[in-house]
Design a protein around this ligand. Structure first.
Ligand code: ADP
Ligand code: MG
Length: 320
């Protein structure tokens, strides 16, 4: 049976930092990314694709804020759903077109994905994720009262709304995603970390205004559909220790214990590489292989030739 690979696309797969974020520019970038993804399909891997949405949901939030005198603004969970649709559409169409060019038959489906989180998560006591525009102190106070937003001062740029980034408990659409994947559909799922929902005692789900880290939810997705490989594709080809220092060193093949030790020693920044190594570690602990590498090196990394690869040490079979 072919291997199931969950790939988590980072910001660089959808948007180039030095380019204006027009639809055309983003589409061009996605088309380029799909050239690399189509190579994995060509190699016979079953793909489930997840992706970030930070810059896209940030702009949608700004559109909502600026237009709210004319059109009612939508809550964050709805905006997440909107970006899943927007980005899913771009990936679906670009990947299908790319596969056609390569004479590969495939179907690509995007799944609006909800992710269960808990109101008990400690993040709800102290929200950490800044979203949307900057405000003056006075505006911040007003918003805190009128909209019950949590506002925090962001260094010297002003005040900003902060929302919680709770841990994903489970991917609510996992079974459907697994079935679609087993029936040879490439699935785009869990975009932007998924739509956070909380379940009450009667089993009723309600969306909440929070954001889930896409590396964490990608890991949960890989776990919930029993994927073989969880691959985090970003803009660096390796995880480094002593990153940015003269003695930096690229990590290649690692055991769970080795990665755990590096994490303990504080080698990875909180907002960027930190969540990726944590997610890679978590997936390896469930028995799978995790890879962190650059998008354009994905094929080589799956062959074990490059990237940072974390896997449980195989038990030696001793024959007596
Ligand atoms: P994405 O948008 O793909 O999720 P991020 O920008 O959040 O990516 O994280 C990738 C970035 O993490 C790299 O561009 C790199 O600059 C940074 N980074 C921080 N610490 C490390 C490290 N120890 N090793 C490699 N890259 C690191
Ligand atoms: Mg980035």
């Amino acid at each position: 049976m072919s291997k199931t690979v969950v790939v988590a696309l980072g910001g660089n797969a959808i948007q180039q930092v030095d380019q204006e974020p027009t639809y055309e520019n983003q589409l061009k970038k996605v088309e380029k990314s799909c050239q690399f993804l189509s190579q994995l399909v060509k190699q016979g891997y079953r793909l489930v694709i997840t992706h970030g949405n930070g810059p896209q949901v940030g702009r949608l939030l700004q559109q909502n804020e600026e237009a709210q005198a004319v059109v009612p603004s939508m809550p964050l969970d709805v905006l997440n759903a909107q970006t899943q649709g927007f980005i899913g559409y771009m990936i679906e169409q670009s990947l299908l077109n790319e596969l056609k060019k390569n004479h590969l038959e495939a179907s690509v489906v995007s799944m609006i994905t909800r992710v269960q989180v808990s109101k008990e998560d400690e993040e709800f006591l102290d929200p950490s994720k800044p979203v949307g525009s900057f405000f003056t102190e006075e505006e911040a106070k007003e918003l805190q009262e009128s909209k019950l937003w949590d506002m925090k001062k962001d260094a010297n740029r002003g005040w900003r709304r902060v929302v919680s980034s709770p841990k994903p408990i489970c991917i609510l659409e996992a079974e459907a995603i697994r079935e679609l994947s087993e029936n040879n559909n490439i699935v785009v799922a869990g975009g932007g970390g998924g739509i956070p929902v909380v379940r009450n005692d009667s089993g009723i789900d309600t969306g909440i205004e929070a954001v889930i880290d896409k590396d964490r939810s990608g890991c949960k997705l890989a776990e919930d559909i029993d994927a073989d490989v969880f691959m985090i594709l970003t803009d660096v080809n390796h995880v480094y220790v002593n990153y940015g220092k003269p003695n930096e060193k690229a990590l290649r093949n690692l055991s769970i214990e080795e990665l755990e030790a590096y994490i303990k020693n504080g080698h990875f920044s909180k907002g960027s590489m930190g969540p990726k190594v944590e997610a890679a570690l978590q997936f390896a602990k469930t028995g799978g292989t995790s890879i962190i590498c650059a998008l354009d090196q994905a094929e080589e990394a799956l062959q074990g030739k490059t990237g940072t690869i974390v896997k449980p040490v195989e038990k030696r079979v001793t024959v007596s």
